[in-house]
Design a protein around this ligand. Structure first.
Ligand SMILES: [Zn+2]
Length: 209
């Protein structure tokens, strides 16, 4: 567990996505395999999991969505191009078999589009549609705080893979070029360590190779 200003970063295991908690909102939920650990962390934070009101999925891969159901009272939001993965419990597009997991079909509560605004406690997020890693991958940008949640589109040490079902290298390249134009201090990625300073420079290094 790591505090980044008002945001808490929770890392459960190597296969779980990073889970970010900001007030009553969670960004990505991990596989759901490590529920006890997640509950213990929430207990330590003195936050009830049932009090989480919003879950935002950066895309429809199992390691980001598998744990959605543990937030019993949360409304789940995902980009329109990955929404059917949740709705149908799509085994191929979610890569659930790679994780040997279970995926129950569930209709998302909110369908996100480019430019949508989300306001969890203490954050002002704009949805940036960044296809490539998956068709409905999004980044979430807080312009005022210069924070970018990147899901699996870009990490502190590389860019997202495009060889999974729904991946598209050309789309990813376009998405990365868009991200390069943003004024960013911090990158909070879907896996690995966050970038807490000079993230624009990291983006340039990582994208240009
Ligand atoms: Zn992914």
């Amino acid at each position: 567990m790591k505090r980044i200003g008002d945001i808490v970063l929770i890392q459960l295991s190597d296969i779980d996505s990073n889970i970010y908690l900001a007030g009553d909102t969670v960004i990505d939920c991990g596989t759901g395999f490590n529920f006890t650990r997640l509950r213990d962390i929430f207990n330590a934070l003195k936050i009830e999991m049932k009090d989480v009101k919003h879950v935002i999925n950066t895309h429809g891969h199992f390691d980001h969505i598998g744990g959605n159901g543990y937030f019993l009272n949360a409304k789940v939001a995902i980009h329109e191009a990955d929404a059917k993965v949740l709705e149908k419990g799509d085994r191929k597009l979610s890569n659930v078999d790679f994780f040997d997991g279970n995926l129950h079909p569930k209709k998302p509560d909110r369908i996100l589009k480019e430019g949508d605004k989300l306001s969890p406690d203490k954050l002002d997020l704009e949805v940036i549609h960044t296809p490539g890693h998956s068709p409905g991958s999004i980044c979430l940008y807080d312009k005022k705080r210069r924070i970018l949640f990147t899901g699996d589109t870009v990490f502190s040490d590389g860019v997202g893979r495009t060889d999974l079902p729904g991946g598209d290298p050309q789309a990813l390249e376009k998405s990365l070029q868009r991200l390069l134009k943003l004024d960013v201090e911090k990158i909070l990625p879907g896996h690995g360590e966050p970038v807490l300073k000079n993230a624009k420079k990291t983006l340039e290094t990582v994208v240009k190779g």
